[in-house]
Design a protein around this ligand. Structure first.
Ligand SMILES: Cc1cc2nc3c(=O)[nH]c(=O)nc-3n(C[C@H](O)[C@H](O)[C@H](O)COP(=O)(O)OP(=O)(O)OC[C@H]3O[C@@H](n4cnc5c(N)ncnc54)[C@H](O)[C@@H]3O)c2cc1C
Length: 187
């Protein structure tokens, strides 16, 4: 089996490395110390310009369709220089991929181009609760069906980019009577 990287994967790796060296490394320590969200937001916009906020999203929704190997190469280079920016990039890509996999066509059209283009600075993925981290089946947040949508109740914590996100994927129990509860994602 040939495991060598394709030209496109090498180009994405090189682009990410150059960007991280030039744009992230000089400000990474300051970003962590000051919690400067404007700096983080600027990093996110540049990542979107490079096509790194929707690396596994289909082109018709504004994504790069680069594949999981390319995603891994890009996130490795970004994380090497700025872990804070990398976790934001990682979660935003994850949010886009959840919406692509589980969203309705209308939701995909509404949210994916905004995430991929940087119109939304970031996306947030809301799973963790005070009693539900490694074990999401212990989740207590509820999503109750109401006319025209869902009513969410509960509390989440450790939500990356909550201050910056344009869309939140929120996990909540929709059927508390089901064995171990039934959880669904609400966008
Ligand atoms: C930088 C960062 C960003 C994050 N961003 C997000 C986010 O965007 N959205 C979100 O929803 N959450 C986020 N989280 C939360 C993260 O997903 C949780 O911290 C994680 O799921 C662990 O949950 P916990 O902290 O409650 O630890 P716990 O689940 O309480 O685990 C504590 C310790 O016990 C161990 N442990 C747990 N269960 C078992 C077991 N059955 N057997 C043996 N050992 C066990 C664990 O390995 C761990 O060492 C983030 C966390 C960090 C650090």
């Amino acid at each position: 089996m040939d495991l060598s990287l394709t030209e496109e994967q090498l180009m994405i790796q090189e682009t990410a490395r150059r960007f991280a060296d030039a744009e992230l490394a000089p400000h990474a320590a300051e970003l962590d110390l000051t919690k400067d969200y404007s700096r983080l937001a600027a990093n996110c916009r540049k990542l979107a310009e490079l096509g790194f906020m929707g690396l596994n999203i289909q082109g018709e929704y504004g994504g790069s369709e680069a594949g999981t190997v390319a995603f891994s190469l890009a996130i490795t280079e970004v994380a090497r220089r700025c872990a804070s920016t990398a976790v934001t990039m990682s979660v935003t890509n994850m949010v886009a991929e959840v919406i692509q996999a589980m969203g309705t066509e209308a939701q995909k059209q509404q949210y994916l181009p905004e995430l991929c283009s940087g119109a939304f600075t970031a996306g947030s993925f809301c799973l963790t609760e005070s009693s539900a981290g490694s074990d999401p089946a212990a989740m207590r947040s509820r999503a109750d069906a109401v006319e025209g949508g869902w009513r969410l109740s509960g509390t989440k914590q450790w939500i990356t980019s909550a201050e910056l996100a344009g869309v939140f994927v929120v996990w909540a129990v929709t059927d508390p009577e089901a064995p171990k509860g039934k959880a669904s994602a609400v966008f």
